[in-house]
Structures are given as structure tokens and as C-alpha cells.
Design a protein around this ligand. Structure first.
Ligand SMILES: *Cc1c(COP(=O)(O)O)cnc(C)c1O
Length: 347
């Protein structure tokens, strides 16, 4: 059993959270004079539901979890930040993470004055359970995994993630921002099996809604209750709540985008493989490919000159001379391939 009271920061355990007008009166009424709102300009005059229940019910149906197991944040970034603020004592605690991975875990650790312990992946961008556990000490509060991983694109081994969940008593965070593009179910179906598991999803990738800033954390309801206690009371505004609810009604559209992008990813892989400048294309379960080329900076600069921007990951652990290329529309992908053919012809 995950012993929440042992892992949570003492000040958060004892925190008396802000109580809003909407917290104090819940129910049906016709005259609301309790929150100093302007009576004009409906529906935007009213504070939104602080716990976003309507939206969470829709998300719960699509994701197959209970609404009480869902936290909504302003992007996954807020979900990551509340994890630090709930569990890590600044200046004392630490977190362990795979390396390379998504940059926000370290930035959030730095902002919260929490030591960040990166553990290098192997050449295939997979991790070793003992390597991670060897970096754990009495002050390690979180382990961050990202699967499919950014920037490598591969899924981590499900068996190893399970081993880690069984052997590490603290929270294991599995960031599944790209899970919709993978051919495996991810860890949401196992949420009720592990009460030390936190899974992160986002509207920014498969859902095509990076601009609305909506991230999801899934965990045991007792952990979600802690996040709700420390978040800004009205973190998810009404525009976002409504737009996301509409998107959930259009779920078949999202599935169609995912199918298209996965097919495009494989086409792009085959086309890139024919180019002399390409040394290696890593396996991907995401909507991008990590590609090793002869001279990443030179290829990057050439593409910029053509108005095509990819991500140069040359300076990242294990990513020497690698570019991270997002799958675009068929037309955008063709422009990229044409440009890389011209590059090959020009050198
Ligand atoms: C893109 C991405 C996210 C999304 O972050 P948001 O704040 O929800 O936009 C989360 N995790 C990883 C690993 C990502 O690559």
C-alpha cells in the first residue's frame, strides 16, 4: 500500500485549502449573490467549476477511469508542478528520472529547489530498473518515466515499468503524452492495480489542442485530492472546459487523425531511409521520429534556410547528430523530403 501520509510534504498534509463560494454552496439556485460576480455578460461572468466535474465525466468515459481519479491542469506542465509541490520538500528532497527525456521535469525540479537525478538510458533508449533504484535514497520522492519517450520516440518496456512500480514504494510518474500513437495500451488500464502510479496524458498532441492548455493526471483518488487542494482554485477556465468537452464529443475525429499520423510516420520513415544523409532512424511510437544524420547542425541550418524547422537534439544525452522531426501533413512531410534530397545533392 502507498502510504500517502508518509510521502506527502507535512505542510501540504496539514494545509487548509482556500474555500471558494462555489465550494461552500453546491446545488441548484436561481439567484447567486455569493461570489461578487457581475450579473452581466453570462456565461463568462460566473466563476467556473473548480473541479470541472462535467468535463471529467466525459474524460472518464473515454479513458475508462473514475472521474475521482482525474486531475486537470493547465497543460501537463501544471500536473508535473503539483507533483513537486505536493511531495518534494525544497532544498532537501530529490527526484530520479531517465535521461534523455522531456525537459520540463528538470525545469520544475529546479524551480522548486529539488535535486534532479538523471539516469542514462542504454543505447536503445531503454532503462535498467536497478540503475534507477541505485539512485534512490531516503529523500527520493518521485521517479519520472516517459513512455513513449521524448525525444527518442520509443516506448519503455512495460515489464520494467511494472517491476519499478513493485520495487519502489514512492510515486512512479509515467508520462504518456504520446500514448495514442503507440500500438500498446499504456498504464491507465493498470491504474487500480498500483496506488503509487501517476499517469500523465495531454490534449496537446493526439487531440490537436496544444493551444487550449489542458493536461490530465490519473492516480488514486487520495492522491488526486491532494493535487486539488494545492492547485489554483479556478485553474481550468470555462473556455477550456467547454472546448475540451466539445472535442470529447468528436472523439472519432481524433482517432482518424491518429491513424493518419501513424501511417504518415511510417511513410516518412521509409522515405528518410532512402536519403544518404540519414544514418539511423530510431523506432517510434509517437508522432515524431528521432533521426541521426551526418552533421545535424548543417542539416538543421539548411532546412531553416528553406523555411522548415525541425528540432536539433544534437546536444542531448545519446542524441549526437540527431534531429527530432514531427510528423506533419502529407504535404509538409513531402516538402521536408524534397529539401533533404536537395541537401544531399548540394554536398
Ligand atoms: C508535449 C509533451 C507534453 C505536453 O505538455 P503540455 O503541457 O500538456 O502541453 C507532456 N509530456 C511530454 C513528454 C511531451 O513531449
Amino acid at each position: 500500500m502507498f502510504d500517502l501520509e508518509k510521502w506527502i510534504r507535512p505542510n501540504i498534509l496539514h494545509l487548509k485549502p482556500y474555500s471558494s463560494a462555489r465550494d461552500e454552496f453546491k446545488g441548484e439556485a436561481s439567484v447567486f449573490l455569493d461570489a461578487n460576480e457581475n450579473p452581466h455578460n453570462g456565461p463568462y461572468n460566473r466563476y467556473p467549476d473548480p473541479l470541472q466535474w462535467e468535463l471529467k465525466k466525459k474524460i472518464a468515459a473515454v479513458k475508462g477511469v473514475a472521474p475521482e481519479s482525474i486531475f486537470l491542469g493547465v497543460g501537463s506542465d501544471e500536473c508535473i508542478d503539483v507533483l513537486f509541490r505536493a511531495f518534494c520538500v525544497p532544498g532537501r528532497d530529490n527526484v530520479v528520472a531517465i535521461d534523455p527525456t522531456y525537459g520540463m521535469y528538470k525545469v520544475c525540479a529546479d524551480i522548486n529547489d529539488v535535486a534532479y537525478r538523471p539516469v542514462r538510458l542504454n543505447e536503445n533508449f531503454d532503462f535498467d530498473v536497478d540503475d534507477l533504484l541505485n539512485r534512490v535514497d531516503d529523500h527520493t520522492k518521485l521517479i519520472f518515466l516517459c513512455s513513449p519517450n521524448n525525444p527518442s520516440g520509443n516506448s519503455l518496456s512495460d515489464e520494467k515499468i511494472e517491476q519499478l512500480l513493485q520495487r519502489y514504494p514512492g510515486l512512479v510518474v509515467v508520462d504518456e503524452a504520446y500514448i495514442d500513437f503507440a500500438s500498446r495500451p499504456g498504464f491507465l488500464p493498470r491504474l487500480s492495480q498500483y496506488d503509487n502510479l501517476v499517469v500523465l496524458h495531454t490534449f496537446s498532441k493526439a487531440w490537436g489542442a496544444a493551444a487550449v492548455r489542458l493536461g490530465m493526471a490519473f492516480a488514486h483518488p487520495s492522491i488526486i485530492a491532494v493535487f486539488n487542494k494545492i492547485k489554483y482554485p479556478y485553474n481550468i477556465n470555462l473556455l477550456t472546459q467547454r472546448y475540451a468537452a466539445e472535442m470529447l464529443d468528436r472523439y472519432p475525429q481524433v482517432e482518424a487523425w491518429v491513424d493518419e499520423l501513424v501511417a504518415s510516420r511510417e511513410l516518412l520513415r521509409r522515405q528518410l531511409a532512402t536519403l544518404p544523409v540519414v544514418r539511423r532512424i530510431y523506432p517510434s511510437d509517437a508522432n515524431f521520429l528521432l533521426v541521426r544524420v551526418d552533421d545535424a547542425q548543417r542539416v538543421y541550418d539548411f532546412l531553416v534556410g528553406r523555411g522548415i524547422i525541425v528540432r536539433n537534439r544534437n546536444k542531448i544525452t545519446l542524441c549526437d547528430n540527431c534531429l527530432r522531426i514531427t510528423v506533419g501533413t502529407g504535404e509538409e512531410d513531402s516538402l521536408l523530403i524534397d529539401a533533404l534530397q536537395s541537401y544531399s545533392a548540394s554536398i
